[in-house]
Design a protein around this ligand. Structure first.
Ligand code: BGP
Length: 480
């Protein structure tokens, strides 16, 4: 029977905006994430157009990969990583997004990082845009709503493709591009928040602006993929989707149809465009009902067709249920991906419902639809960790979560899915994207950094570090 392939890419995932820090060092400009304050599970983080004195902006220092990359890559190598998912901070290369020439100091930093990875035989997997939109583009064009962003993005892609053509083979265009389908995507993903000051979950929603912005991202992504295919045939270009798996809450056909609608809008729409190269017909009805008009320029449709991706990647944390019963829906609340709770599942401390079998189901659904290689590029348990006096961290709960998900990935492989690799999220502790907290940790490596901004940034191996090392060494056979 099939099992994980020999060249399976085991590793971990990070993103510059939550990890790198050094937000204004060596010529870097501010990104949308740098303008976000901290928050918590109950108090939403805010975005502010100017820095407020005395307010904490956690991305500014984050967990300081910028000054710890050698140590962190050595730790990744010790675990046996084959791949390291990271992102390039757009504003390190083009500080406002609009310069004509790149910032050499920024480019040099990633040369060093890629060289260090290469020394250990670790393949970089680079997300080109992971919630790091230059804030300059928010101010100038209202983020991705402005078509101008496409050219700015392309200039950035041309620069990094040319510079790193011999160092990076695997690229992802936009992190979780389908976050723009939800109102919450307006801040970190689309940057359509010009002048807005306030909680990230209270931006006045303008679906017309969101979906037009998303169209510009589709065109930008397709042009980047096309450029890569034409000029750098060695590159492998992927998409990146949040997969928010949904089940009907009951077998009532009303719930089943509602679930199908939500699955299409939330999970399939963006990747149908990326993989198939055109807008799916089911979106026409949605746009008509919501009175959304997508403005396309001549040539856009052709570009979408020509810029389809080579492999499909996604983040998977949880699942939820869909119901047509509005009363039930109103009562549920607290589920970040919408829908209602599932009585068969337990949830994390942040209310994310843990569903390992849902990962097997999801992998099969995606592979059946597209038949291209898949990769799980984010998964994991955000949890409170306790640092013991002797410096150890006993995170058995994280091991349980990962073990169950890896076992289900193997089931999917047995089912016939072509799975390339697995990079659990925040392999070294990073700042949380949704809440801005440090307390919500995912890593195999603990970083001494706290919600009030204190901490000496020291790195410590958690129990899961030693466990994951065994998993990798056995190519996923030893999950004990
Ligand atoms: C995804 C993002 C990541 C990451 C992760 C965990 O949405 O791509 O950037 O942070 O979710 O989410 P959180 O940090 O909110 O727990």
């Amino acid at each position: 029977m099939r099992t994980f392939r020999e060249d399976f890419l085991w590793g971990g995932a990070t993103a510059a905006n939550q990890y790198e820090g050094a937000w204004d060092v060596d010529g870097k400009g501010p990104s949308v994430s740098d303008m976000c304050t901290n928050g918590s599970h109950t108090v939403p983080k805010r975005i502010t157009p100017v820095f407020e004195d005395g307010t904490l902006y956690p991305s500014r220092e984050a967990t300081d990969f910028y000054h710890h990359y050698k140590e962190d890559i050595a730790l990744a190598a010790e675990m046996g990583f084959k791949v390291f998912r990271m992102s390039i901070n757009w504003t390190r290369i083009y500080p406002t997004g609009m310069e004509k020439e790149p910032n050499e100091a920024g480019l040099a930093f990633y040369d060093q990082v890629f060289d260090e990875l290469n020394r250990y035989g670790i393949e970089p997997l680079v997300t080109i845009s992971h919630y790091e939109l230059p804030y300059g583009l928010v101010e100038a064009y209202n983020g991705w709503y402005g078509r101008e962003c496409i050219d700015c993005f392309l200039r950035y892609c041309e620069t990094i493709f040319e510079r790193y053509q011999d160092k990076v083979k695997y690229w992802l265009t936009f992190n979780e591009i389908n976050s723009g389908v939800m109102p919450m995507g307006a801040v970190l993903s689309l940057g359509t928040v010009k002048g807005y000051c306030g909680p990230v979950n209270a931006v006045p929603d303008e679906p017309q602006v969101r979906f037009q912005g998303l169209h510009h991202q589709f065109v930008a992504s397709a042009r980047a993929v096309k450029l890569a295919h034409e000029k750098y045939p060695q590159f492998k270009m992927g998409n990146m989707n949040i997969f928010a798996t949904k089940y009907p809450a009951t077998c009532n056909p009303d719930d089943v149809v509602k679930c199908q609608e939500e699955m299409r809008r939330m999970n399939w729409f963006t990747s149908d465009v990326h993989v198939r190269g055109y807008y799916p017909s089911y979106m026409e009805r949605f746009f008509e009902e919501k009175k959304i008009k997508i403005h396309m320029e001549p040539g856009d449709e052709a570009v979408l067709r020509e810029g389809t991706v080579d492999f499909y990647t996604f983040s998977y944390y949880m699942s939820s249920c869909e119901t047509a019963d509005l009363e039930k829906l109103e009562k549920s609340g607290g589920n970040i991906i919408g829908g209602v709770g599932n009585p068969y599942l337990r949830a994390s401390d942040w209310g994310w419902q843990i569903d390992p079998k849902g990962l097997r189901y999801t992998l099969n659904e995606i592979y059946d639809r597209y038949q291209i290689p898949l990769m799980v590029v984010e998964n994991g348990l955000g949890a409170y960790d306790k640092l013991e006096e002797d410096g150890s961290i006993h995170d058995g709960y994280r091991i349980d979560y990962l073990r169950e998900h890896i076992a289900q990935m193997e089931e999917a492989v047995k089912d016939g899915v072509d799975l390339m690799g697995y990079t659990p999220w925040g392999c070294i502790d990073v700042v949380s994207a949704s809440t801005g907290e440090m307390a919500k940790r995912y890593g195999f490596v603990y970083v001494d950094k706290y919600d009030d901004g204190t901490g000496d940034l020291g790195r410590r191996r958690k129990d899961s570090f030693y466990w994951y090392k065994k998993v990798i060494a056995s190519n996923g056979k030893d999950l004990a």
